[in-house]
Design a protein around this ligand. Structure first.
Ligand SMILES: CC(C)(COP(=O)(O)OP(=O)(O)OC[C@H]1O[C@@H](n2cnc3c(N)ncnc32)[C@H](O)[C@@H]1OP(=O)(O)O)[C@@H](O)C(=O)NCCC(=O)NCCS
Length: 177
């Protein structure tokens, strides 16, 4: 299967929202309760992703992975860190989301998406990038570690009635500006 990585366009919103919901259901079913997953809605995610296009930020990057037939099977988004000084993350930039469908995992697509976003952030002068990952999400943690991420602080929050713990990962970018 040939997969192309490219910048997202507004017409991708539905495909991104579908991968977002299906990605959660496929990847989180072993450690999130069914109630946390059943309430997910493609329409609600579409509204969220439309917001990203309504207020475009040249410092942010949203990449999609698509098949030869034009089906979106993955995406990644990063940009300036949210919150004052990045809150607990303490980095200048942040990876907000990276999701692939099960059937395209472990072919280097995640690495290519992540590297594309990190390169963009590097070119825009960011020196450090952080992200939050569920502590129980061991495949994703191994992925971030394989790409050079260093684990950091933890935080817990209530996810639709289930207390979950997240771990921060930090990446130093190569440019020293
Ligand atoms: C995490 C994710 C983006 C990784 O993407 P991917 O395309 O499957 O990963 P890659 O093929 O690029 O893997 C790169 C390296 O990461 C490591 N890695 C990736 N998946 C791994 C796994 N399941 N177990 C252990 N190591 C893993 C390996 O070192 C791998 O290199 P290798 O295949 O040569 O051994 C993908 O699995 C995914 O979308 N998961 C579900 C959503 C999710 O959890 N997102 C993170 C939210 S914070």
């Amino acid at each position: 299967m040939t997969i192309r990585i490219r910048d997202a366009v507004e017409g991708d919103v539905e495909g991104i929202a579908r991968v977002h919901v299906q990605g959660w259901r496929e990847s989180y079913k072993d450690f999130l309760r069914p109630e946390a997953l059943s309430g997910l809605s493609v329409e609600e995610r579409m509204r969220m992703w439309q917001g990203a296009f309504a207020q475009p930020d040249p410092q942010a990057k949203l990449l999609v992975a698509e098949t030869a037939s034009g089906e979106i099977v993955g995406f990644a988004r990063g940009g300036p860190v949210r919150g004052e000084n990045g809150g607990l993350l303490g980095t200048e930039a942040e990876i907000f989301a990276i999701y692939l469908l099960d059937r395209v995992k472990r072919r280097g697509i995640g690495r290519t998406l992540m590297q594309g976003v990190l390169d963009h952030l590097d070119q825009h002068g960011f020196r450090s990038v952080g992200l939050w990952v569920l502590k129980d999400n061991l495949p994703a943690r191994r992925f971030y570690e394989a790409l050079g991420g260093q684990p950091g602080p933890e935080q817990s929050f209530d996810l639709r009635g289930q207390m979950v713990v997240e771990v921060a990962y930090r990446f130093e970018l190569k440019s020293q500006r």
